[in-house]
Design a protein around this ligand. Structure first.
Ligand code: GN1
Ligand code: MG
Length: 363
C-alpha cells in the first residue's frame, strides 16, 4: 500500500496533527495494520487498519460490537477509579460521517484508532507475564458479563468445532489444491478425536453450558504490554462475540504455552509449557472464578486441547483449499502450521491429568 493512498484514507477521519510516516504494524494473519506517525509530541500517532471484509462480512455489526464493548469497558474503568484509562481501552476515531469506519471507493473498509504510547506487543510470554495475561483476560470477560445489549457473531459459529470439522471434510472431498495425499495421516488422526473435541457443542445443546461475551482471538500478540511488562489492554476486538469461555482460555495457551511459534517447522521444538499453563491459569481463575460454573471450570483442560486441535483443522482446511484464508509466506506455510498445532495437541493431551489436578488444587 503506497503512503499516498494511506494519507488519503486517513484524511477521511477526524485526526489531528500531520502524518509524517506510515509503517506496517504487527503480524496479524487477517487484517492489514499500519502505524501513522504524526509530527511533534502533542498529537498522538494512529493505527490504521484495513478490515478484511472477506472474513468479516458485516463490518457494521462488527464495529457496533466493538463500540459497545469499548464503551462498556471504559465505563467500568472509570467507575473503579482506574488511572491511565486511555492506555487501557482502545479509542476509535470517527470518520467525517460520524462512523467508526470508512468504506473507500474500491469497497475496502478502514478504521483508525489512537496508537497507545509506550505500548509493545510480544510473541511469547514469561511465567510472570502469563500470570498478568491470565488476569487480563479473566478481567476482560468479567467486565463484559453485564453488557447491556446483545452482541452479534462477527463470524457465525467461529469457534464451533462441529462446523470446523464439516469445513475440513468438505475440503477433503473437494481436494481443490490436490494436496490430500500428503496429509491423509493428519486427517485420520483428527477424525479419531473428533467426537471428543465436539463436547462443548453437545453440552450447549443440552443446556448445560452458557455462551458469554469472549474475545475469541486471545493470541499472545493480541495484547498490549507497557514498559514494565504489565498488560495494558486487549486488542484485535473483531472477534469479540458470544462464545464459550474456552475460547479465551484455550486460545491463549495455544500460543502462550507452546514452546515455539505456531508456524515453527521444527517439530522437535514444539511442546506444552507447563509453567506458562500454571501461571496463566492461576491469573485467569483469580478473576474468572467469580462467574464461571463448576462445569466450565472442569472443562478447562479440554479447552487447552481443543484450540490446537481446532487450529490444526483450520490450517489444514486452508492448505487443502489452496490457501484462501490465512496469509502465507511460502507454499507449505499452512502445512507447517498444521503439523505444529498437531504436535502441540498431542503434547497437551499427555498433560490432561496434571492440568485437572492443578486446577482443583487452585480452587
Ligand atoms: C487469525 O488475525 P489474527 O492473526 O490475530 C485468526 C484466528 C487464528 C489465528 C491463527 C478472524 O488471527 O482465529 O487463531 O489467526 N482470526 C480469524 O494464528 O480467523
Ligand atoms: Mg492480531
Amino acid at each position: 500500500m503506497k503512503t499516498i493512498d494511506i494519507a488519503s484514507i486517513l484524511a477521511q477521519f477526524e485526526i489531528t496533527g500531520s502524518v509524517i510516516e506510515v509503517k506496517p504494524l504487527g503480524n496479524g494473519l487477517i487484517n492489514d495494520t499500519y502505524r501513522a506517525v504524526t509530527a511533534g509530541s502533542d498529537t498522538p500517532d494512529y493505527v490504521l487498519q484495513r478490515i478484511n471484509n472477506a472474513v468479516f462480512k458485516d463490518v457494521e455489526l462488527l464495529q457496533r460490537n466493538i463500540e459497545v464493548v469499548t464503551a462498556h469497558i471504559r465505563h467500568k474503568l472509570v467507575a473503579s477509579g482506574a488511572d491511565d484509562i486511555d492506555r487501557k481501552v482502545l479509542s476509535f476515531i470517527k470518520s467525517h460521517d460520524g462512523k467508526t469506519y470508512y468504506c473507500d471507493e474500491l469497497g475496502r473498509y478502514w478504521r483508525v484508532m489512537v496508537y497507545i504510547p509506550g505500548s509493545v506487543t510480544h510473541e511469547a510470554v514469561t511465567p510472570e507475564s502469563a500470570y498478568t495475561a491470565g488476569k487480563a483476560f479473566g478481567d476482560f470477560e468479567r467486565m463484559l458479563v453485564d453488557v447491556p445489549v446483545a452482541l452479534g457473531e462477527t463470524i457465525p459459529d467461529f469457534h464451533n468445532m462441529e462446523l470446523r470439522l464439516r469445513q475440513l471434510r468438505e475440503a477433503v472431498r473437494g481436494n481443490a489444491a490436490r494436496r490430500l495425499d500428503e496429509v491423509r495421516d493428519i486427517v485420520s488422526e483428527l477424525e479419531r478425536d473428533a467426537d471428543e473435541m465436539c463436547q462443548a457443542e453437545r453440552l450447549y445443546r443440552e443446556g448445560r453450558l452458557p455462551k458469554r461475551i469472549c474475545h475469541c482471538d486471545t493470541k499472545v500478540n493480541n495484547m498490549l504490554f507497557d514498559e514494565n511488562g504489565q498488560v495494558l489492554c486487549v486488542i484485535d476486538l473483531d472477534t469479540v462475540m458470544p462464545s464459550f469461555v474456552f475460547s479465551d482460555y484455550g486460545d491463549f495457551l495455544r500460543t502462550g504455552a507452546n514452546l515455539t511459534a505456531e508456524d515453527d517447522p521444527d517439530l522437535s521444538r514444539v511442546g506444552f509449557n507447563q509453567g506458562i499453563f500454571k501461571s496463566f491459569t492461576a491469573g485467569y481463575l483469580e478473576l474468572a472464578r467469580s462467574f464461571l460454573t463448576p462445569l466450565e471450570i472442569s472443562c478447562l483442560p479440554y479447552a487447552v486441547a481443543l484450540f490446537p486441535f481446532m487450529q490444526c483443522a483450520r490450517f489444514l482446511t486452508d492448505y487443502l483449499n489452496g490457501d484462501t484464508y490465512y496469509k502465507i509466506k511460502y507454499p507449505t506455510h499452512n502445512l507447517d502450521r498444521t503439523r505444529n498445532q498437531l504436535a502441540l495437541y498431542r503434547d497437551v493431551r499427555r498433560h490432561d491429568a496434571m492440568m485437572a489436578s492443578y486446577i482443583s488444587a487452585l480452587l
